[in-house]
Ligand binder design. Structure first.
Ligand SMILES: Cc1ncc(COP(=O)(O)O)c(C=O)c1O
Length: 477
């Protein structure tokens, strides 16, 4: 790269000619500068090299255990088995990659396996259909459209407090986070009834009152982005029963929980709720490619896409492309062959026991811990207590950021939670070797011991660093 007018050659990136410093500069200048600047200041954003599927090495040569895959890395980053498989797929140069208007083997195989898996687990869904897209939020968009088309006279969607379903406009309409909805509120669907998560009686009352006008109840079987919040026993089952009385469609958003993360193939089904529509994404792409899937009962599928008049009402250009389908098929196969949901359940219990012990030892740092399978959360006390709500939110953001740094320095990279700023999550790969898994909790313990209270997160971070962080946060991008 010689001047600002030059284009960057793909071969230069492939051969590693773009330095780390150039990469950071270009990301800041032409990409999501604010985020990159913040990550650069706290020093947790890389660029990284994958040392093993479960460990990243940063520019300073520190190796951290990667617990930050946002539930989208079932086998870690760049897993060799999938990497090798992709190369084999790409060697078949006569296959159609873009299958929007043609029949393809990869898509046929993946839709078959997804329906068969859901049918096996639920004892139902044998006749369901799959619609593919390119992200989780799109899988939710499709779910909402299938549901509305199947109940054309109904007008309300029921969702729950602190839910997260994505950021495209339909999915955002059912993600009741005022900060995320912010300036878009006027173009979001207003017909949303938000009920307290976990309150089966509230659902019962709403369905009794306006059930005939309710299109669907949309729920996460465990709130992921709200920081791994598990509903009371019986809640999910009851919602299913109540909805059935009025024909209300139940959509289970298993984009975060599904395919083993929570310790089950499908958390909703494991808790006695058989949804009419189920959304999947994150782990289906094996951490390599985006794959979203909406699995829909046939009678609900038909009104949207089952007739010539309506067949064009939902589609996307790249959903179901062969590369994505191949990776999805292989990822599902690896999960099945190794029964990773069972491993996730077993190691999840061990991890949660460790986390609970850390919380008991350091109650002034960690308020609460929660977990389901290999989905763990630590809720930190705010680093300061201020009386005003707005400042409280800012303090919560700072708390999360400083916790990220503290644990990173002890060797573990955590996830933020989009609907809970003071909650940091661990979503390690489901195939993480046990020795590394245990070491990750040793590192968590060490980080907590170094910071016996949340105020220690500020003290240990250092004043100059704090000033740089404040500058990066408040100065114009
Ligand atoms: C439950 C749930 N639904 C939907 C989404 C949106 O998925 P994506 O980020 O792939 O659009 C997420 C992402 O975190 C999620 O956790």
């Amino acid at each position: 790269m010689t001047s600002t007018h030059d284009f960057i050659r793909a071969d230069d990136v492939l051969s590693g000619k773009l330095s780390d410093a150039q990469t950071v500069y270009l990301e800041k200048k032409y990409g999501h500068g604010k985020l990159i600047r913040l990550l650069e200041v706290v020093g947790t954003g890389g660029p990284f090299k994958v040392k093993s599927p479960w460990e990243l090495e940063d520019r300073a040569g520190q190796t951290v255990i990667n617990a930050s895959g946002y539930a989208a890395l079932p086998f870690g980053d760049n897993p060799p088995e999938l990497n090798l498989f992709l190369r084999q797929v790409l060697e078949q140069t006569d296959q159609v990659m873009f299958g929007q208007q043609s029949i393809t083997t990869w898509r046929a195989a993946l839709e078959t396996n997804l329906v068969r898996l859901l049918a096996r687990e639920s004892g139902d869904h044998h006749d369901s259909r799959v619609f593919f897209s390119n992200s989780g939020t799109e899988a939710v968009e499709a779910a909402i459209k299938f549901a509305q088309a199947a109940r054309p006279k109904a007008k309300y969607l029921i969702n729950f407090t602190r839910a997260y379903h994505g950021k495209t406009l339909g999915a955002l309409a059912v993600t009741p986070n005022p900060n995320l909805q912010g300036p878009f509120k006027n173009i979001l669907n207003p017909a949303v009834i938000t009920l307290p998560y976990g309150d089966a009686e509230a659902v019962e009352r709403a369905i009794k009152r306006v059930g005939d006008q309710v299109i669907a109840v949309l729920l996460e079987p465990i709130l992921g982005e709200a920081g791994v919040r598990i509903p009371p026993p019986g809640f999910l089952k009851r919602v299913g029963e109540v909805c059935r009385t009025k024909g209300v469609i139940v959509i289970a958003d298993e984009i975060q929980t599904g395919l083993g993360r929570s310790g089950h193939w499908f958390e909703s089904v494991a808790q006695g709720l058989i949804p009419d529509i189920l959304t999947l994404a994150k782990p289906l792409g094996g951490g390599m490619l985006p794959v979203g899937a909406t699995i829909v009962r046939h009678e609900i599928y038909k009104p949207l896409l089952g007739s010539v008049e309506t067949i064009k009402r939902h589609s996307n250009t790249f959903g179901g492309n062969s590369l994505a389908m191949a990776v999805g098929l292989k990822s599902l196969e690896i999960l099945l062959d190794n029964d990773y949901p069972a491993r996730s359940r077993r190691l999840g219990e061990r991890g949660l026991t460790r986390l609970k012990a850390v919380q008991r030892q350091h109650p002034a740092l960690i308020e609460e811990v929660r977990g389901a399978g290999m989905l763990f959360a630590m809720n930190f006390h705010p680093v300061a207590k201020l009386p005003f709500k707005l400042q409280g939110e800012l303090i919560a953001e700072v708390t999360g950021m400083l916790a990220l740094v503290a644990f990173y320095r002890s060797g573990v990279l955590l996830n933020f939670s989009l609907n809970a700023a003071r909650t940091m999550r661990l979503t390690p790969a489901m195939n993480m070797p046990e020795e590394l898994f245990d070491r990750m909790f040793d590192d968590v313990e060490a980080a907590a011991a170094e910071h016996p209270s949340s105020f220690a997160l500020v003290q240990k971070y250092g004043t100059p660093e704090l000033l740089s962080l404040v500058k990066a946060a408040f100065l114009e991008d």
